[in-house]
Ligand binder design. Structure first.
Ligand SMILES: [Mg+2]
Length: 417
């Protein structure tokens, strides 16, 4: 094992807690934060109290009210969550400059070089001592978030020697508490855990693993890595390495820039209507493109897909031959999937994200004169910034002004299956 010390911090019931923090009247109550307030609107985050009533992400407002007639439904306010996140990440940044924000409510901290840990390279015995020190930092962080950002905010902290294990620790540990995964308790932590409990394993991959006799995370750890690599390729090996505590891709230093940007949208009515789905997809691409251009980045990979109303979904991740910058370039990839694989079942949620972000190149694209299109895209963004969203829109977006509003996609909404 490496002797790194990685801390993962995950805010609990984040959007709902921020709402409860802002409005004391909501504290202790079942709260559902909705994409928008209409009977078909989706709950995108529920408070601890709402979760205990069975109100989960993805429930419609009508379903939530059925589960608990007293539930308070509020419309989401992304600006509020972002400003709270900024305050939280500012505190985290005081402990290390190796801070990697992972999503709006999660971040990794590489504490290996933290002076107070006194970790000497290559000294494994030292690691066990240092992790006690890291535990103190974890508790301090959670305490400072309560004191300095809001007493209703609760963080779960996981500490281990890889990012995967630190995140797994915060997932399986007590909510609002701290949990360590060390070499001595690793197997106990994996024992009997379902494959899909692990970060990076979707339903589809779980089925493929089960196909050759791997039914839980401990079995994955103890499986034959060469066989996994042969049957499931590099991604299978990556999953095997994760549960074996081998880090593939360390916490990037000082990387505050996101690795991917994207949007997802819960449809107000579940449908397989291709025309409608295409229009929503276009809008998601437009919003993704605006964020991409706002970061002054172009993208080289695409995650796109949809979840069906009943179960399962269709998701694809791929590298794109051409870099994407304009909405048209993003839509060419995402919309293509819809056109080539039109959903036959009603769809509940659509998601698009782009990754492999890199500084914008001045390269000419095969499809169009990039520079002028880039300039045009930037100009349209500026007009929209000045006069409000959707002043200038493409035909496909007309009539959708109230749908796919500003929102923050949790990364989990797009995964490799
Ligand atoms: Mg969370």
């Amino acid at each position: 094992m490496s002797n790194k010390i990685i801390l993962h911090l995950d805010m609990n019931s984040y959007f709902a807690s921020v709402e409860q923090q802002a409005n004391p009247f909501l504290r202790g109550k079942a709260v559902g934060v909705c994409a928008y307030l209409s009977p078909g609107g989706c709950v995108i985050a529920s408070s601890r109290e709402a979760k205990s009533k069975g109100i989960k992400t993805g429930c419609t407002a009508a379903e939530a009210l059925k589960l608990d007639p007293a539930v308070v439904l509020v419309e989401n306010e992304p600006a509020k969550y972002r400003s709270t996140t900024e305050k939280i990440f500012k505190i985290l940044g005081q402990y290390t400059d190796r801070l990697e924000p992972y999503s709006i409510d999660e971040a990794f901290l590489d504490l290996t070089d933290q002076p107070s840990l006194k970790l000497q390279p290559g000294r494994r015995a030292n690691w066990a001592k240092s992790i006690k020190q890291a535990e103190k930092i974890g508790l301090e962080l959670a305490g400072r978030i309560k004191n300095e950002v809001g007493e209703w905010l609760s963080a779960s902290v996981g500490i281990s020697w890889t990012k995967f294990l630190a995140k797994f620790a915060s997932d399986i540990g007590p909510k609002g508490g701290l949990f360590l995964i060390t070499p001595s308790n690793l197997e106990d932590c994996l024992k009997g855990r379902e494959l899909i409990d692990a970060w990076g394993i979707g339903q589809g991959m779980a089925v493929r693993l089960a196909g050759f006799g791997v039914n839980n995370l401990l079995e994955l750890k103890n499986s034959d890595k060469n066989k996994i690599r042969r049957v499931l390729g590099r991604y299978g090996y990556y999953l095997w390495a994760n549960v074996n505590g081998l880090e593939i891709g360390a916490v990037s230093s000082g990387a505050r820039a996101p690795k991917s940007v994207g949007h997802s949208y819960c449809l107000p009515r579940k449908t397989a209507d291709l025309k409608y789905l295409t229009a929503v997809m276009y809008k998601l691409c437009e919003k993704t493109g605006r964020r991409l251009r706002g970061l002054d980045r172009e993208a080289g990979s695409m995650n796109v897909g949809w979840s069906y109303a009943r179960e399962g979904g269709y998701f694809r991740s791929f590298k794109t031959k051409e870099k994407m910058f304009t909405t048209a370039e993003i839509y060419r990839q995402a919309g293509g999937l819809l056109e080539n694989h039109p959903p036959v079942l009603p769809v509940r949620m659509l998601a698009v994200s782009v990754g492999a972000l890199a500084p914008v190149s001045a390269q000419m694209s095969l499809f169009e004169n990039n520079l002028s299109v880039k300039e045009l895209s930037r100009a349209l963004d500026r007009i929209n910034d000045k006069y409000g969203e959707y002043t200038v829109v493409k035909g496909a977006m007309f009539g959708l002004e109230n749908q796919a509003k500003d929102r923050i996609g949790f990364r989990k909404s797009v995964g490799i299956n």
